[in-house]
Design a protein around this ligand. Sequence first.
Ligand code: GAR
Length: 196
Amino acid sequence: MLRVTVLVSGGGTNLQAIIDSVNNGTIKNTKLVGVISNNAGAYALERAKKADIPAFVISPKDYESREIFNDALLAKVKELDTDLVVLAGFLVRIPEKMVHEYSHRIINIHPSLIPSFCGVGYYGLKVHEAALAKGVKVSGATVHFVDEGMDTGEIIFQKAVEVKEDDTPETLQRRIMEEAEWKLLPAAINKIALNS
Ligand code: GAR
């Protein structure tokens, strides 16, 4: 069984897609061992609780320095005996020490076709605002391994999604979630679980 810890910051629709996929057998050979949020108000925490997954808040605000926060995050991931860390809308930079200790064992979902609209400053709705400002006709989502850079790790899956004439950042975000993110992230976890 692949032991998966999911890191979240917000609404947790990608977390929900993972929970549903484990429950309906789309993701095999996997146990969700914990959900960690940096944000105490994240609705993702409620989703974890409803699914009986242990949920934890580890916020930089609660620690004296970023280094102590980084250590606390890594310690919790280790305590959960994690095989794979999944970043599902986690908006905090992963500590370098954790990237090294979990090399090729951390994956992230990003709401664009990397290398477009990614890197520092591109997260959440900002990604879709930038895509619409550029006038691209196709966007999408990418699941990739996490390395030392920002959105630079090896790509696992990508899916293109059409941009419509009358899209707003919100409608584009929603379509990319529905058509790409909620499928790609479970598929990537399943792929890793079957190879582990
Ligand atoms: C998702 O669209 C995810 O791709 C994005 O944040 C959203 C989280 O939604 N992640 C990033 O922008 C990472 N750079 P969710 O909390 O409903 O899953």
